[in-house]
Design a protein around this ligand. Structure first.
Ligand code: ASP
Ligand code: MG
Length: 411
């Protein structure tokens, strides 16, 4: 049995006309001899609307009830779509997460998939040509409905493709694919034909919304080829796949940015063993992700510690620091909200030096001051003032030749 998994996002199912376009794509898959597993999101805006209701009803909505509430968004999409297909004479049925079941832990709002029983799915696929599966949802070991985090239908799609050993997981959205950078910010941004899992992970972790980061982790772990493409045109989109030599030949694949950042500096902490642990343990215990960290060299046994957190976590972090700063001897904490991160990403830099200096030189030529720097094997990130973000993205895009097919080649 050849199985195709197609996931459609909220804008692709936002009304009857749009669903008709999805129907045409599903029919194409059937005509090519596939059984089709269609994973749908809630209609665009619906998940936000439901979460808004929860906040209206309760100052602090119960998380398990919230999950049960928002799963209804996907239930509406799959049942309506199954009706359309049935009217077109297609043998299909709607399937909710708990009916498979997609078993998750009970971390409501951000549950992780533990297991998918493919026997039941394969049985259903013997009986039906199309399964219309609700994305984003699962069921916990205690039988409660759960959700997989915002954008979680991508993960449902990739997880089902892995469980069913599908040929490919197609992620249909309202953009043509993955771009070298945000096309709204840089008019010369190009759609990439292919990108490696690791590069896509870096793009997603920088807040590029095209794929949920967990779906990319899943795809990498189970080696599922993922094709990101548009519902509304025939462009083949971008293939997210294993790295190969051709990808390594390109110095930089794209420029990503993240505006949801703020910088915090803790001045004059003692420079002795245990200080970093004392600062960061309570922050991570509160579930807050700390990103870039810089510790200055010490003077007279004292040092400054600077780091970034997302803006939504600023208040909580400051509160924790003011509570705990007696132990670390800190006298002053400052923060800055007018900052953002800009990164160059590419597997090509694994084996080639000079990318960092090209980036720094480019920013210097635009007179942009670098506030912090961090690097990984395939990413270099600079923290800069937010007002320079667009300028930095465009200048870097140009400097690395990303407006030209293939970008700058390594030599
Ligand atoms: N409907 C959910 C959300 O808006 C899941 C998804 O669309 O992927 O986050
Ligand atoms: Mg999405």
């Amino acid at each position: 049995m050849r199985i195709l998994v197609q996931k459609y996002g909220g804008t692709s199912v936002a009304g009857l006309d749009r669903m008709k376009q999805v129907e045409a794509r599903v029919k194409k898959g059937l005509a090519e001899g596939f059984k089709v597993v269609v994973v749908l999101s809630a209609m665009s805006g619906e998940t936000n609307r439901l979460l808004g209701l929860a906040r209206q009803w309760s100052a602090n909505p119960d998380l398990s009830e919230c999950d049960a509430l928002v799963t209804t968004g996907e239930q509406v999409s799959v049942t309506l779509f199954a009706m359309l297909l049935k009217d077109a004479g297609i043998k299909c049925r709607s399937v909710m997460g708990f009916q498979i079941p997609i078993l998750t832990n009970n971390n409501y709002g951000r549950a992780r998939i533990l297991e998918i029983d493919n026997a039941k799915l394969l049985d259903m696929l013997n009986e039906f040509d199309v399964l219309v599966v609700a994305g984003f949802q699962g069921v916990s070991c205690h039988g409660r409905l759960t959700t997989l985090g915002r954008g979680g239908s991508d993960t449902t799609g990739v997880a089902l493709a892995a469980a069913l050993s599908a040929d490919v997981c197609e992620i249909y959205t309202d953009v043509k694919g993955v771009y070298t950078t945000d096309p709204n910010m840089c008019s010369t941004a190009r759609k990439l034909d292919r990108i490696s899992y690791d590069e896509m992970l870096e793009f997603s972790s920088m807040g590029a919304k095209v794929l949920q980061i967990r779906s990319v982790e899943f795809a990498k772990k189970y080696n599922v080829p993922v094709r990101v493409r548009s519902t509304f045109c025939d462009d083949p989109g971008t293939l997210v796949t294993q790295e190969d030599e051709l990808m390594e030949d390109v110095l930089v694949s794209g420029i990503a940015y993240d505006k949801d950042q703020c910088r915090i500096t803790v001045f004059n902490v003692m420079d002795c063993p245990g200080v970093a642990a004392a600062i960061f343990s309570p922050i991570s215990d509160a579930g807050i992700l700390v990103d870039m960290i810089v510790q200055n060299t010490s003077r007279d046994g004292r040092t400054d510690m600077t780091f970034t957190v997302s803006r939504t976590n600023l208040e909580k972090t400051l509160e924790i620091l003011s509570r705990d700063n007696k132990d670390i001897g800190a006298v002053e904490v400052q923060h800055d909200l007018n900052v953002c991160k800009v990164s160059v990403i590419g597997v090509g830099m694994r084996n080639h030096s000079g990318v960092a200096s090209m980036m720094f030189t480019c920013l210097r030529n635009e007179n942009i001051n670098i506030l912090m720097i961090s690097t990984s094997e395939i990413k270099i990130t600079c923290l800069i003032e937010e007002k320079y973000l667009e300028l930095a993205v465009r200048a870097l895009h140009d400097a690395f030749g990303l407006d030209r097919a293939g970008g700058d080649r390594v030599c």
